[in-house]
Design a protein around this ligand. Structure first.
Ligand code: ADP
Ligand code: MG
Length: 346
């Protein structure tokens, strides 16, 4: 054994994935794209390529059963994978679901989990086609793999952004992060005094965004209807800044966004201030929004200009080392990734 030991936190999640990717060989011509995008791309013949995405949720890391109902956990586990397929401009069609269960869980609890999985499958038109079941010593583990498809000429990779492209993001950002802060606060209040009822009504939108995120399959559908193929795309799981840096790195381009264009819901804004947080920091680094971030050719702008849920937040330029946000005051702020870092938070 080597006496040298490197901590995973030294590499971080993305560094670790790069290291794994560096050692992955590609034997098969059918493997069109492997590690490094929202989903892998496989050529199975024909005009459509198959898309494959997988994501694992662990109790205590990704969800806390003190406030996340099992039904929502099941829904979210499917939705986040469907979101990764959507981020390739594809449609998910099948999922497999693997679960690890400790003896704390009853049959009724598993029924609840699968009620959520079924609700998501019904909502996104996806079939549950398999999985695996095992015992666990660390509470609930749920791993979902989604399979989907897209026309091979319409797949949106992270690497396709080009100079002058317009940067677009759907919905609004930061709400899921603040929903989590609200839930954490109410949990602490409850632990201190179990007679207290959680005061969540006012924050319903935020809590909903964190417990039951939706994949933006509607956007993929509407863009196709308007004949727009994004030049690059990614879903916002770690935070807008982190995802923008992925597009920059993989496309070899620079990003320039404008603070006043970043969509933040009023409740998100007010709740951030209540928590003494900067709303734009929550939007940039909060994560778990599962909105779509994409770039379009300027010639496509007119086709989606009036879409009520697509926001134009900046543009792509040549210098890949210049990834910045122009603040409301006009200052140039470098974009830095402070997304969820599972390895540094513990
Ligand atoms: P996303 O947030 O879109 O799910 P991730 O940041 O989790 O993407 O993963 C980025 C890429 O790295 C994906 O292509 C994913 O399949 C791949 N990846 C992540 N972890 C591993 C691993 N342990 N082994 C191989 N590939 C991995
Ligand atoms: Mg993704």
């Amino acid at each position: 054994m080597s006496s040298n030991r490197m901590e995973i936190s030294e590499l971080g999640e993305f560094g670790l994935i790069d290291r794994i990717a560096g050692n992955a060989r590609r034997e098969n011509a059918s493997t069109i794209a492997g590690i490094g995008d929202d989903a892998a791309v496989v050529d199975c013949g024909g005009n459509d390529h198959v898309l494959l995405a997988t994501d694992m949720l662990l109790e205590g890391i990704h969800f806390d059963l003190a406030y996340a109902p099992l039904r929502h956990v099941g829904y979210k586990a499917v939705a986040v994978n469907v979101s990764d397929i959507a981020a390739m401009n594809g449609k998910a069609e099948q999922v497999t679901v693997s679960i690890g269960l400790s003896n704390r869980f009853s049959v009724e609890a598993v029924d609840e989990l699968y009620a959520g999985i079924k609700a998501a499958c019904d909502n996104y038109g996806v079939d549950l086609v398999g999985g695996d079941t095992t015992s666990s010593r660390v509470g609930l583990v749920i791993s979902v793999t989604a399979m989907g498809r897209a026309h091979k000429d319409k797949i949106a990779y992270r690497s396709g952004a080009r100079k002058s492209d317009i940067i677009c993001v759907t919905g609004d950002l930061g709400a899921a992060y603040l929903g989590l802060q609200v839930l954490e606060r109410e949990k602490q209040v409850f632990l201190a005094n179990p007679n207290m009822q959680p005061a969540l009504d006012k924050y319903e939108y935020l809590v909903g965004r964190t417990l039951k995120p939706e994949a933006r399959t509607d956007i993929v559908f509407e863009m196709a209807e308007k004949g727009v193929v994004p030049t690059s795309m990614i879903d916002v799981s770690d935070g807008l800044a982190s995802e923008l840096l992925h597009l920059s790195k993989q496309s070899g381009v620079g990003i320039r966004i404008f603070e006043d264009k970043v969509p933040i819901d009023n409740l998100t804004y007010d709740t951030a201030l209540e928590f003494k947080l900067d709303p734009i920091t929550c939007a940039l680094n909060g994560g778990e929004d599962y909105e779509l971030l994409f770039t379009i050719s300027p010639s496509d702008h007119e086709k989606i200009r009036l879409h009520p849920d697509i926001h134009f937040i900046g543009y792509v330029h040549e210098d890949k080392n210049q990834n910045v946000m122009i603040s409301k005051q006009g200052t140039v702020v470098p974009l830095t990734a402070q997304g969820w870092s599972h390895f540094s938070r513990q």
